[in-house]
Design a protein around this ligand. Sequence first.
Ligand code: PHE
Length: 356
Amino acid sequence: MAIFAAMEVFDRLTQLIAEIESAPAPTPEAVEAFRIRYLGSKNVLKPLMGEIRTIPNERKPEFGQLVNRAKEVAQRRYDDLLTATKNGEQSQQASDLDLTAPAEPLPLGSRHPIALTMRRIVSIFERIGFTVAEGPEIEDDWHNFSAMNTPEDHPARDMQDTFYVSAGMPTGPDHTAMLLRTHTSSVQARTMETQKPPIRIIAPGRVYRNETISARSHAQFHQVEGLYIAERVSFADMKATLLHFARAMYGPETKIRLRPSYFPFTEPSAEMDIWWGLETEHDHRITKGTGWLEIMGCGMVDPQVLTNCGIDPERYSGYAFGMGIERQAMLLYNIQDIRLMFENDVRFLRQFASVL
Ligand code: PHE
């Protein structure tokens, strides 16, 4: 009889282990009930443990092991159920989020008026076949001056105008002296040295001159350079291209005029004005009473520049032009002081938020 009873205790223990291993406990309350039932001070294992008296001696160790197993399994199952319900609570919290709620508005920046104006100028030329070229702002003397046919004693090389980066101003011819480029014409030299004609580039970028900062001028500003080199390029080609630019930029009725001028790297050289008119006091002031506004310098690339850059002047000719961006941005957006462009006061910049 005792033997049968003992066998029954083994069976019940084994059954209990199976029960523990699969006990469901989806809520924190059920987990607590599980703990009380299998691990609490009055757990269901305890009365079974008391049955050890009825087990024959030779099977007592086996019974002890089975009881220990039941305890272990209960503890492990409890730990698992506890973490499972905790995670469940978290995902419950996560699902409380309203994913359809409208988001906080993301503050959008604005484009800088210089960038806007530069983009506009560049895209006009891109549409007629020019591609963008770039060069370094820290430039050597060769590309900024010598290759561009600017004589050693030209006043533009003077410390007054050029920021030299290498120590001191070069005393003699030193084409490797480093400086902050004074114009984007340095990109002309770099492009002609590395590309074969036909060349048709537009080069926007920042330039530096050691000038007194005022409402009208700054020591850093931006230019857009243009260069076209091919066979039989004429001054008339240049004029047609620049007229097209002026009309795309300032309206289809825009008139231009070319005045003779001088640049070391072009021959002949000219300055291009657009007709601005003389309707208001402001028009009088910005055109100095003439009605004409100077927009850019231009001319036919000097044959010496072609030679300096390894292009045969007997075969090729071309034109170049360079224009400042700040003044055009000031005209387009009616900005009175150039310094505003470099101070980055958000109250100024924000006004361009909706401008494309
Ligand atoms: N580099 C000249 C300037 O800075 C402009 C220019 C460019 C003139 C190209 C002629 C040809 O004023």
